[in-house]
Design a binder for this molecule. Structure first.
Ligand code: UGA
Length: 461
């Protein structure tokens, strides 16, 4: 049922990192569409309706302020939202399974299935259902099967419209995407549904940037895009180990290699490993898919990307340990940055979690600093002996034996490192896990500097 003043009613189920920003951008470009974002979490919805949004994304707040209460609404009334919707975006979380068959690899589809059942129960007229959450290939089939069993004659058309936005640049990526991908069934109804979604993106995305495919290509492309990005990072990280052994400099190598236009320069920054809620999960899902189809060699290839990423984190810990005379017992280490990357407070699957736990295992004392992720860091390291948290980086580094930089926040470049050096134990170590700081200057101040993929720079003869 349409609200008479609006052309269409759009519902988004899931008010998380994907749903919130995506719907905000759509609402800004389509004032004639009524958009409602729903979630089972009352707390999340309360925050979306307040001045303190539940997620931090540059450009998000001002866009929410522009349309909230006009054509963008946040609510916990999922069933009513379904009943009124012409189109439903599904952005519920699809974590990796932690139990049973496929544990640790397959995607846990319980929230997706529950959502499908709820849609089936409450939809009151023909509805287009759009999968936006990353899900395994052919998951649309499952959705279709559940939805098609509805008793009241309502027809559903399923589309795949995967999300390519990255955290921290979500708004920018949505406003100016490299491409928009829409997968549909190749039937007259499927193509009609696709055109309805096209009509939304056409408001601000150039037609040549919109790709239309069949459902399965669209679902698979999402997994493959993330797998390729992660694999590039892993490739350069493997080379960082070779650089540390040979005296080559990984930044120079990445630059020389990336200038080949066939290779390209992006995603070649060596570091402590990739993190975030997507890369590991999507590669594992691809691995599971390959195994399912008996493609053991291909599964092995992609699985190795994950193993090498784990190895990169462990390598960083060992470098700290070996540089500091093979013992970290009771040494204070200031951790600069905990988010999985800058400009977000998100710490899901952040390398910092693994690295901090390993440093604590070695009995170091940690003081974690991060401009936006301290709340999550506390949660991630809850109950672990030796983990402390400090909002002021100068205080975090006071009396520390070492600094380990794990997230390349801009603010870490602007600190007064001379003041920090003077307040630290000597010898003072700096482990730059993101090659983010001015290493010459730090070395000249007296720091022993260790970075990823570059030779050690210490003051020991
Ligand atoms: C990633 C993809 O980039 C998005 O296109 C995709 O839509 C998204 O996953 C998703 O599936 O939702 P995101 O996880 O937000 O986005 O973050 P990225 O910017 O891709 O960074 C991922 C990790 O790789 C971070 O830990 C980052 O520090 C690391 N990274 C990135 C490197 O170590 N080196 C690089 O050169 C680039």
């Amino acid at each position: 049922m349409n609200d008479s003043t609006f052309k269409k009613n759009i519902l988004c189920i899931g008010a998380g990192y994907v749903g919130g920003p995506t719907m905000t951008v759509i609402a800004n470009h389509c004032p004639d569409y009524r958009i409602t974002v729903v979630d089972i979490s009352e707390e999340k919805i309360r925050r979306w309706n307040s001045d303190h949004l539940p997620i931090f994304e540059p450009g998000l707040k001002e866009r929410v302020d522009r349309v909230r209460g006009k054509n963008l609404f946040f609510s916990t009334d999922i069933d009513r939202g379904i009943a009124e919707a012409d189109m439903i975006f599904v952005t519920v979380n699809t974590p990796t399974k932690t139990f049973g068959e496929g544990m640790g690899r397959a995607v846990d589809l319980q929230f997706m299935e529950q959502t499908a059942r709820r849609i089936r129960e409450h939809a009151s007229s023909d509805t287009i259902v759009i999968e936006k959450s990353t899900i395994p290939v052919r998951a649309a089939e499952t959705l279709e099967k559940i939805l098609s069993t509805n008793p009241n004659g309502v027809r559903f058309e399923i589309l795949s419209n995967p999300e390519f936005m990255a955290e921290g640049t979500a708004i920018q990526d949505m406003e100016n995407p490299d491409r928009v991908l829409i997968g549909s069934m190749d039937t007259p109804e499927g193509l009609r549904a696709r055109d309805e979604l096209l009509a939304i993106y056409n408001r601000w995305v150039a037609p040549e940037k919109i790709i239309t495919t069949n459902l399965w290509s669209s679902e698979l492309s999402k997994l493959v895009a993330n797998a390729f990005l992660a694999q590039r990072i892993t490739s350069i990280n493997t080379i960082s180990a070779v650089c540390e052994s040979t005296g080559a400099d990984v930044t120079q190598v990445a630059d020389a290699v990336g200038r080949d236009s066939r290779i390209g320069s992006k995603f070649l920054r060596a570091g402590v490993g990739f993190g975030g809620s997507c890369f590991r999960k999507d590669i594992l899902s691809l691995v599971y898919l390959c195994e399912h189809y008996g493609l053991a060699e291909i599964a092995g290839f992609w699985n190795y990307v994950i193993q090498l990423n784990d190895y990169q984190m462990e390598r960083f810990v060992r470098r700290i340990l070996h540089a500091m005379f093979d013992t970290l017992v009771d040494k204070k280490i200031a951790v600069f940055g905990f988010a999985f990357k800058p400009n977000t407070g998100d710490t899901r699957d952040a390398p910092s979690i693994y690295i901090c736990k390993r440093l604590l295992e070695e009995k170091a004392r940690l003081t974690v600093n991060d401009p936006h992720a301290l709340e999550n860091a506390r949660e991630d390291l809850k109950g672990l002996d030796g983990a402390g948290f400090e909002q002021d980086p100068y205080k975090a580094a006071e009396g520390a034996h070492a600094i380990a930089l794990l997230t390349e926040w801009d603010c870490y470049r602007d600190l007064d490192y001379r003041r920090i050096f003077e307040s630290m134990e000597k010898p003072a170590y700096l482990f730059d896990g993101r090659n983010h700081l001015d290493h010459d200057a730090l070395y000249a101040m007296g720091f022993n500097v260790y970075c990823v993929g570059k030779p050690d720079r210490d003051h020991f003869a």
